[in-house]
Design a protein around this ligand. Sequence first.
Ligand code: BTN
Length: 313
Amino acid sequence: MNETRRAILEALSDGPVSGPELADSLEVSRAAVWKHVEELRKAGFDVESEPTGYRLEEVSAYSGPAVEFGLEAPFEIEYHDAIGSTNDRARELAGEGVADVVVLADEQTGGRGRLDREWAAPSGGVWASVVTRPAVAPLRAPLFTLAAAVATARAAREAGVDAGIKWPNDVVVPGGGEDSNGPEYHKLAGILTEMEGETDRVEWLVVGIGVNANVDRGSLPDGATSIRDEAGDVDRRRFVQRLLEEFESLRTDLESVVPAWSDLALTLGQRVRVDRPSGEVVGEAVDVTDSGALLVEPDEGSEGSDHVTVAAG
Ligand code: BTN
């Protein structure tokens, strides 16, 4: 966000401030203050003009400046009303060398899911891709996927949804029923992590997070649910801020990720069916390794009787 606008918002957070006072403290003209206030109003900041000065009433918008304002994590937000895929745009930015940018969109017209599947991303969802350049080996990259799932589940729980995590990266809500694979879940969110790097060093990660937020379940594939259907509409600006703040605290303390994931995991001790590029594994999920891979004890007759580790992806 423009520095002067950020400074105006900070000044208004403490109560009304007059135009001349703002002009003096920011060392700009009164006309410039007025222009910046107009720009802030256009970006969704409800700035009231009162006899004592300007007052920030509320932030109603879902936009880059609105999400950045009050965000307690060091991310810059690039917002789009509509885009093909936020992951595609984030990959472009990663290739240009940027870090700690979040590409955020109201709607995606070409959303991508895991294993080359399509991802429905109508207007009203939270479609976000974080570009990060961690100094870790590729083996540890799955921890960022787990961190994103934990951050999403925590933000969803704050929004009143009974969210948990189903391996590897699905944020789900218990559906109440049961089928041959165990308890039935409705999918609320998914994560698609993409990476560039060498054998011993990650160059960049794009962590794509798709949350069915303020959308109707009817506009989503079978088996999916949304925050709207579970708990009513959420303030997406606050939701994204909470999600990114949680993600920040986990990515800066990678040792905390697996325990946090285990606390929210609905999968440990359950039978799981995991799709892998080399084929499906069916068995009991017994543990998660320090680098964030799931340890599965395959059913007799499938994959022999050894444990199989499945990386989150
Ligand atoms: C899955 O298959 O469960 C992963 C879905 C990931 C969807 C998100 S939405 C934001 C980002 N942009 C994309 O095109 N995909 C991810």
